[in-house]
Design a protein around this ligand. Structure first.
Ligand code: PSU
Ligand code: MN
Length: 309
């Protein structure tokens, strides 16, 4: 255990050794386990994601909150417990101080995971889908804390963009305004989770991991205390057509408005509509994109650790 600013940070043996040796480590969120998928798919997926980080050459460190501590690295039985226990709260960065003080269990969102990763000294984090600006945010102000936390935490975030239920154009605008670099790795477009494109071009494209490692370090050397986003699209054979998903969402948004569904409930409503329209293909694509991001993050973290060595 180490205490960072008095916050206890507890590492698994494997993660502590890897960090000590300067080896590549990739932080992962636990909210996708508790809130992203049903049991037992969530447990199986969490293990597959960890395997994918290893396939990329790095050590996975899935983050969670327990007993007033930030836990960095989860054992198999921790994953099983988080996957199967109902009611573990989703902890975003605004909730973190309260949950730490209470001493209960907590599943970390992207925002909280990057806070933890920085405290733990892990420069890379992977999540297939970040939170973003919601459709209709002009009225609701529903913008994920993930985006705000990116302006405050020095972590390289590898993702496949965000789900198309969000307003991905506004999500990119927000990142641009807040000076958060967005680089597409070996692609031109900003992806949309299990769709290879959001219809928006990424601001930059880089194909070489060494160049990405240098760009990440340059961002921080320039005095920015913020995140650096790297996107990687799902493999072509696992992808779902973006027009198909967009059409389903537009129809579902119209139905939701008619039925008076709004606020927090809208996300689940739209996800269900997409699942129904894609006849379950989205569940498989969901797993595939989580794994492909994790593997790319592993590879990029290795290049970055070599750059620092
Ligand atoms: N996107 C997904 N699956 C998820 C999430 C986002 O495709 O499970 C989760 C992540 O943990 C993300 C969080 O950090 O939702 C964002 O929630 P909010 O919009 O409430 O900030
Ligand atoms: Mn929200």
């Amino acid at each position: 255990m180490s205490a960072s600013n008095g916050i206890p940070v507890v590492y698994t043996e494997e993660v502590r050794e890897a960090l000590h040796e300067g080896a590549a480590v990739v932080a992962l969120e636990s909210n996708v386990i508790t809130h992203g998928l049903p049991y037992p798919d969530n447990a199986a997926t969490a293990r597959k994601v960890e395997d994918a980080v290893r396939a990329g050459g790095a050590v996975p460190a899935t983050i969670c909150i327990e007993a007033g501590e930030i836990r960095v690295g989860m054992s198999d039985s921790d994953i099983e417990r988080f996957a199967s226990l109902p009611g573990i709260p989703k902890v975003s960065s605004r909730d973190l101080p309260v949950v730490l003080a209470q001493g209960g269990l907590g599943a970390t969102t992207v925002a909280t995971s990057v806070v933890a990763a920085e405290l733990a000294g892990i420069p890379f984090f992977s999540s297939a889908g970040i939170g973003g600006v919601h459709r209709g945010a002009q009225e609701t102000w529903d913008v994920s804390s993930d985006l705000i936390q990116f302006t405050r935490s020095k972590v390289a975030v590898v993702c496949a963009g965000a789900k198309m239920i969000l307003d991905l154009g506004l999500t990119l605008e927000y990142l641009e305004t807040q000076c958060v670099p967005v680089v597409a790795y070996r692609s031109d477009d900003f992806p949309a989770f299990y769709c290879r494109t959001s219809g928006h071009k990424a601001p930059h494209r880089l194909d070489d991991e060494q160049v990405i490692a240098r760009a990440v370090e340059a961002h921080w050397a320039l005095g920015n205390n913020s995140s650096f986003l790297i996107t990687t699209p799902v493999r072509e054979e696992d992808a779902i057509d973006s027009t198909e998903v967009d059409t389903a969402i537009r129809a579902a948004v119209a139905e939701a408005t008619r039925d008076g569904v709004s606020g927090q409930a809208i996300t689940k409503y739209l996800m269900r509509a997409v699942d129904a329209a894609t006849e379950g293909r989205s569940a498989k694509a969901n797993m595939a994109v989580l794994a492909s991001c994790a593997e790319a993050a592993g590879r990029l973290a290795v290049a970055h650790s070599r750059h620092l060595a």
